[in-house]
Design a protein around this ligand. Structure first.
Ligand SMILES: Nc1nc2c(c(=O)[nH]1)N[C@H]1C(S)=C(S)[C@@H](COP(=O)(O)OP(=O)(O)OC[C@H]3O[C@@H](n4cnc5c(=O)[nH]c(N)nc54)[C@H](O)[C@@H]3O)O[C@H]1N2
Ligand SMILES: Nc1nc2c(c(=O)[nH]1)N[C@H]1C(S)=C(S)[C@@H](COP(=O)(O)OP(=O)(O)OC[C@H]3O[C@@H](n4cnc5c(=O)[nH]c(N)nc54)[C@H](O)[C@@H]3O)O[C@H]1N2
Ligand SMILES: [Mo]
Length: 769
């Protein structure tokens, strides 16, 4: 057993730390992107690939969900990290049956995720049967028979769980949920459960739809943009261009973050001559908030807005909007006026001067956008925090007008589309009714398990089959030891994947690896080239066309995998025409058009130059389809995250050199960390107070209160400008510390951004420890 996670293959003794970078992107970013691409794919494949990235008629970047500009696209509409994501997928290195014959599963389980990912693209379907030490090749139809037999043998369809990661295209997602519901369960956990679930829960309750209300054009019209709990320089680099454009139009940008993230504080746009030479500071103001302090910030700002209204009645609160469109204003006003600003200062670590300065900007703004990501969603009170951000916008009438609105910035490139297509364990009955009408099936109505509940079910033996449509379940989920045991407890684990990862080597009694085409690969079915479609963070739906020659003729498209499994499971006389769908993806889109709201005429509209935008009632017509039929002001008791004496609150985040569990390299260039990932960033004064020195080796020990020892070993302490009591370390190395039961209220999202820990001096106990 590799209890503390495998690291032997990485030598971090050369780890160095330099001062954090002051500006993101610039020419270095371009150089890094090209170098990585050429290493993985060679010169010709690089040129062919990057030229098509995010272009009309090209393929959608598998990096993030930030939208493409609607008008003119720059010849290189991608970023360093988008290019890395593409290089990772379009690599010419391969993991073949010979590879699996050489390396036992046991050996592979001792390798780091970085090493596994570096081996290249999976080329053949592989099976591991009970008692096997090595994966061996299996024919596709035999693999499908094996899965179908196992699914039919379960005593209830609810004993299987079907996970989705957010790269899956709309056509696959639609068919996959159709297969799962035809089979008879709503157990459709997805990566969104760990990601923006809190945003969805808050926005559905407040404005009646769980998606952002702004378009890319609104950035050019806003005069105030707040970016809270998000690191766009690394995770959404093309957003920096939108922010730079907004600033050129006079907008002010406020960064709310515990860390002085490089892209927010400085940015050189590699796509413009001016950007390459001079660069701009993105944030006009930086609020260095304490972890989990955002709810207090938004409530405090609400109070200050009411006070500003008192001093100049009729100028701050948009009475007309509130009266016409909102519910719950009186309760919100009473609650918010009573907020104690001393508590707000303690919770946020911000001064009255900073709070008042921000309130003034809000009060004077005529068009405000609030953007956020994981810093807000992965908190125990994440849903309430996002409701409070929405309250501020409602107070000022900032939804459903140009240059204003809510902007949850999504992660995976099609995570939003997957939800639109029905990947959700609690899809509304209206959707299921439409699905049943179209296909003559009977979808179950009882809600299924999300990610955390799926892990509990596998752990307890209530779920016996795990099927993963992409992703890396064991590494992405919390409480690694519990999750690994849960997966090992399954009868069958199936992973549809492009690349090798830890979820292939931590497996059920029988395990299958099904290799699939990626976004960049050419998809030909029955002699005809196929296209897929995706939805970005701003509800724009468009086509994506891969063009690269697949690395093996054994790769199947995700659509083909779903259809062939369905045929094996249901037989040929099932009411869903699986074989026709596999041959012609237009037929899938015709069905989507009839079932999914807002998708009428899908085949035509998705082929328009920039695709089409899905309806969003608050954005389009200030219509709020909530429980009250109005936009709801939410009232939440003030919650924050105090730091216990002698302890730290740890956030787990991404370095500049990774895509979630896929590690591209060992440098976090912007934060000045080079050659290693096992670091913990701690405030200098905390380091001194705990009796450590910068560079010491420590163990991080979870302080969660259930008596279970959770520990990760041998992390280098790095003095870093994070607030007192707040530390930061990389995901997924620190996932063993995140307790499965520490979840956000109302979204069940693991609290990855507030893990109570203590530091212990690392004791080297020699090999085998
Ligand atoms: N290159 C690259 N791009 C990616 C990804 C990737 O791994 N690599 N992942 C994709 C995915 S799936 C997602 S969800 C997104 C993630 O995008 P981000 O949300 O930007 O990702 P994180 O690295 O988790 O960063 C969280 C940020 O929030 C801050 N933060 C943490 N806690 C708090 C808090 O309590 N309050 C406030 N105000 N700030 C806080 C952190 O300091 C950090 O800047 O990126 C997507 N894009
Ligand atoms: N501690 C901590 N945990 C977190 C987070 C955090 O901030 N802190 N963030 C959470 C978030 S926001 C997210 S979104 C999740 C991410 O969770 P996942 O989406 O499950 O993880 P990824 O690392 O994105 O998945 C990578 C794998 O996907 C496969 N893959 C890549 N492209 C394709 C494709 O086109 N098709 C198929 N079938 N497979 C493909 C490859 O085999 C690759 O190894 O992690 C969550 N976990
Ligand atoms: Mo995410």
């Amino acid at each position: 057993m590799h209890r503390h996670g495998p690291t032997e293959d990485i030598d971090e003794s050369a780890l160095t730390v330099t001062a954090p970078k002051e500006q993101a992107a610039g020419v270095t970013a371009v150089a890094v992107a090209l170098k990585r691409s050429v290493e993985e794919m060679g010169v010709v494949r690089t040129a062919r690939t990057l030229a098509r990235l995010n272009q009309v008629n090209g393929f959608d970047c598998p990096g993030c969900a930030w939208p493409e500009p609607s008008g003119h696209r720059r010849p290189a509409e991608f970023c360093e990290n988008g290019a890395k994501a593409v290089a990772e997928e379009a690599t010419l290195r391969t993991v073949t049956p010979e590879f699996f014959a050489t390396h036992s599963v046991d050996e592979l389980a001792g390798k780091s995720g970085y090493w596994l990912g570096q081996q290249g693209r999976l080329t053949h379907p592989m099976v591991l049967r009970p008692g096997d030490t090595h994966y061996s090749p299996i024919a596709w139809d035999e693999a499908n028979r094996l899965i179908a037999d196992q699914l039919r043998a379960l005593s209830s369809p609810d004993e299987a769980v079907f996970y989705t990661s957010g790269r899956t295209a709309n056509e696959t997602a639609f068919l996959y949920q159709l297969l799962v519901r035809s089979y008879g369960t709503n157990n459709l956990p997805d990566c969104s459960n760990m990601c923006h679930e809190s945003s969805g829960a808050a926005l559905i309750s407040s404005i009646g739809i769980g998606k952002g209300s702004v378009s890319i054009d609104d950035f050019g019209k806003a005069d105030l943009i707040i970016v809270a709990g998000q690191n766009p320089g690394t995770n959404h680099p093309r957003m920096l261009s939108a922010l730079a454009d907004a600033k050129a139009n006079g907008a002010k940008v406020i960064a709310v973050n515990p860390l002085p993230e490089t892209g927010l504080l400085g940015f050189r746009d590699p796509q413009t001559v001016r950007g390459v030479t001079t660069g701009v500071a993105i944030a006009d103001d930086f609020l260095q908030i304490r972890l989990g302090g955002d709810m207090a910030l938004f409530q405090g700002l609400g109070k200050l807005l009411f006070e500003a209204e008192d001093s100049a009645p009729g100028t701050v609160i948009d009475r007309a909007f509130v009266d016409a469109h909102c519910a719950g204003f009186a309760d919100y006003e009473r609650h918010t006026r009573a907020v104690d600003l001393d508590v707000v200062q303690a919770a946020t670590g911000l001064s009255m001067v900073e709070l008042e300065r921000t309130a003034r900007l809000l009060a004077e703004s005529r068009s405000t956008i609030i953007c956020w990501a994981m810093g807000l969603t992965q908190q125990a009170h994440g849903v309430a925090t996002i409701e409070e951000a929405t309250n501020l916008l409602l107070l000022r009438g900032m939804i459903g007008k140009p240059g204003a609105g809510v902007c949850p910035v999504r992660g995976h490139s099609n995570v939003q589309g997957d939800r639109t297509m029905g990947i959700w364990e609690k899809m509304p009955d209206t959707f299921l009714d439409a699905l049943d009408r179209e296909f003559g099936i009977t979808s179950p109505r009882e809600h299924g398990w999300d990610t955390v509940n799926s892990i509990r079910a596998m752990r307890d033996g209530r779920a016996k089959v795990f099927f993963g449509m992409g992703g890396n379940f064991v590494s992405a989920t919390p409480d690694t030891e519990v999750t690994e045991a849960a997966l090992r407890n399954c009868e069958l684990t199936v992973q549809v994947s492009t690349k090798l990862n830890r979820s292939h080597v931590v497996h059920g009694r029988t395990a299958l690896i099904l290799p699939t085409l990626g976004r960049t690969d050419k998809d030909v079915q029955d002699g005809t080239k196929q296209q897929v479609s995706v939805e970005d963070s701003m509800s724009m739906v468009h086509l994506s066309t891969g063009r690269l020659e697949p690395v093996s003729d054994q790769l199947r498209s995700e659509v083909a995998i779903v259809c062939e499994l369905a045929l094996a499971l249901f037989g040929a006389d099932h009411p869903v025409p699986w074989a026709r769908y596999q041959r012609d993806y237009d037929k899938i889109r015709d069905a989507i058009a009839r079932v999914v709201p807002g998708c009428s005429d899908y085949n035509t509209r998705v082929r328009q130059r920039n695709g089409f935008v899905l309806p969003h009632p608050p954005r389009d017509s200030r219509e709020f389809r909530t429980s009250t039929g109005r936009a709801n002001f939410a009232v939440n008791p003030l919650t924050w995250v105090p730091v216990p004496e002698g302890k730290l609150i740890l956030q787990t985040l991404r370095s500049h050199d990774q895509y979630n569990t896929t590690i591209y390299g060992l440098d976090d260039r912007y934060r000045g960390v080079h050659g290693g990932r096992r670091v913990v960033l701690v405030n200098q004064q905390d380091i001194a107070e705990f009796g450590f020195a910068d560079g010491d080796l420590v163990d991080l020990v979870s302080e969660w209160t259930d008596g279970v020892e959770r520990r990760v070993q041998g992390f280098r302490v790095v003095a870093y400008p994070t607030p007192r009591g707040n530390a930061a370390a990389y995901y997924p190395e620190t996932n063993p510390l995140v307790p499965l039961d520490h979840v956000a209220a109302r979204s069940n999202t693991p609290v990855s951004k507030a893990v109570p820990i203590r530091l212990e001096r690392h004791v080297h106990v020699g090999a085998g420890s």
